[in-house]
Design a protein around this ligand. Structure first.
Ligand SMILES: Cc1cc2nc3c(=O)[nH]c(=O)nc-3n(C[C@H](O)[C@H](O)[C@H](O)COP(=O)(O)OP(=O)(O)OC[C@H]3O[C@@H](n4cnc5c(N)ncnc54)[C@H](O)[C@@H]3O)c2cc1C
Length: 485
């Protein structure tokens, strides 16, 4: 519930975002601390809630090495090896902690954890809940166990930082702009997905905090590394719905209208090649791509993929007889605000970024499927443990910041937003070319010279950063494909 402050309150922690990274941060902060979670709209409107496939985790000690190896392979030689080792080793511990707290992953009839496989994993190591509703269950579990305060419809429009310290945030809430102060600031605001015309992402995920970081001179890394999901269902009003990779993991085929499993012409792993390869193959192939699920037993399919089955039924598909038309869409922001292995933003003593907003170096140039939920829990916990040991909780000195009077939205911003999302989708997506990137950059620079509403300005700054990174990197690598090199 929201409540406004008349007296100055200094929170021990402010957490921006109520996805998995934000909620798991809160989950790990003892109740005695004064914690406030701010979330843009409703708590569930986040990518975490929509996650379907599951969460990767090494099955046993032997799998630790393999999981590390698969992650590094998917990352196309660019992963930070110590970040990957941290992810995998801490990952098992965090999952076991959640299980011991009562989180119920899907199990076999004899009560063993049920692992599935996804693209580029060399073995079955994806845990899931409710078949294909992992994110929803994880999110609900954390909301159910939430012991701290959360303010809904609270959009952070600035962060208050000075001289290597974070002091709080400026938030827009109920038509009012106010400054809120804290001893530790955790940014858990997700990726940039909604800047793109076609996106699987939640409506709240539009890189506001990335834009603010750019303004403050905070370093973003690998922003050209954006992952496009090959299998989304496009509705008539251009909304995209993810059809989880777990379908292909369980054996669904990708075929064209002639029934040809054409992916094998592009990669010997066929349906299980990495997402960038499958996405490029689908846009290159001259015929429409479909998912074929007719070889699955209907009851098994509905039980294993209840969310997707409901979605398909609502769109009039006959399960499992009909072919499902698919096309790629923006899915995951690999790059982000650079952090160390404790989620700490370099040069700041009490500012952390965790989850999709951060770049820990875990994913390198391409994210291995289902590693991101794991990253969110591992690094949010590490950030909290680091901050609890950080004497900053005790030595905070207050600094007042003037209230912002910037207009959030100006006339015409909606048009710019739409135009930007078209340009990004057309020229800064699955395949990039230098001349086209430069053309979009020039347009953005012109727009940035005008007076802009605060929110569209942040969008433009983020898009600019993606393009500059894409222009600088003229070699194809992982998710970044330069068609002109
Ligand atoms: C459809 C879909 C399916 C996926 N499936 C999987 C999967 O099966 N396995 C897997 O590992 N990964 C999956 N992913 C990726 C994964 O869900 C995300 O990477 C992960 O959930 C990110 O968690 P997060 O907490 O960092 O961000 P999010 O869950 O996106 O949360 C971001 C939060 O920040 C808030 N926020 C943003 N800006 C502001 C602001 N200015 N002010 C206040 N609040 C703000 C939002 O409202 C939201 O609460 C999937 C993603 C999508 C979109």
């Amino acid at each position: 519930m929201n409540s406004h402050q008349s007296n100055l309150v200094i929170y021990d922690y402010i957490i921006v975002g109520s996805g998995l990274a934000g909620l798991y941060s809160a989950f790990n902060i003892p109740e005695k601390y004064k914690v406030l979670i701010l979330t843009k709209t409703m708590p569930w409107e986040c990518n975490s809630f929509y996650a379907q496939g599951g969460i990767s985790v090494p099955k046993d000690d032997k799998d630790i090495y393999l999981h590390i190896e698969d992650t590094i392979k998917a990352g196309a030689g660019s992963c930070d090896i110590s970040a990957v080792e941290t992810l995998v080793k801490d990952g098992r511990k965090e999952i076991d902690k959640l299980i011991s707290m009562g989180l119920n992953f899907d199990k076999t009839v004899d009560g063993k954890l049920l692992y599935t496989k996804e693209g580029a994993h060399s073995t079955d190591r994806i845990l899931h809940i409710g078949g294909d509703a992992t994110g929803r269950y994880l999110h609900s579990f954390l909301i159910h166990n939430l012991k701290h305060n959360i303010w809904t419809n609270s959009q952070v429009i600035d962060i208050l930082v000075d001289n290597s310290r974070a002091y709080g945030v400026t938030v827009y809430i109920d038509g009012i702009i106010e400054n809120l102060y804290c001893k530790n600031l955790i940014l858990a605001s997700g990726g940039i997905g909604r800047l793109y015309k076609y996106s699987t992402n939640a409506t709240t995920v539009s890189g506001d905090i990335h834009g603010i970081a750019i303004e403050k001179g905070i370093k973003l890394r690998d922003m050209e590394m954006l992952q496009f999901h090959p299998t989304t269902l496009l509705s008539q009003n251009n909304e995209t719905f993810l059809i989880s990779e777990a379908l292909r993991g369980e054996g669904a085929y990708v075929v064209d209208e002639d029934g040809d499993r054409f992916l094998f012409k592009y990669d010997k792993r066929g349906e299980l090649a990495s997402r960038d390869i499958v996405s490029r193959a689908i846009i290159k192939h001259p015929k429409q791509a479909f998912l074929s699920i007719s070889h699955f037993k209907r009851d098994w399919f509905i039980n294993r993929f209840p969310t997707i089955s409901r979605l398909l039924k609502n769109y009039g598909f006959n399960i499992t007889d009909d072919l499902i038309p698919i096309s790629p869409a923006f899915h995951y922001t690999i790059g982000g605000i650079e952090t160390d292995l404790y989620g700490r933003i370099p040069n700041y003593i009490n500012l952390y970024a965790v989850g999709e907003v951060a770049s820990t170096g875990v994913h390198g140039a391409n994210r291995l499927a289902s590693n991101s939920l794991l990253e969110a829990i591992v690094f949010s916990n590490r950030a909290v443990q680091h901050s609890l040991n950080n004497q900053h909780l005790n030595i905070y000195t207050h600094k007042n910041f003037p209230k912002s009077n910037k207009k959030l939205i100006l006339n015409g911003d909606d048009f710019i937003k739409k135009e930007l999302s078209n340009l990004l989708w057309k020229y800064v997506s699955i395949e990039r070319r230098g001349a086209e990137l430069q053309m979009v950059l020039d347009k953005i620079d012109v727009l940035l010279r005008n007076e802009n509403g605060r929110l569209i300005k942040l969008n433009l700054l983020v898009a600019r950063e993606v393009i500059i990174s894409a222009l600088k990197n003229n070699k194809s690598q992982g998710a970044h494909f330069r068609a002109d090199s």
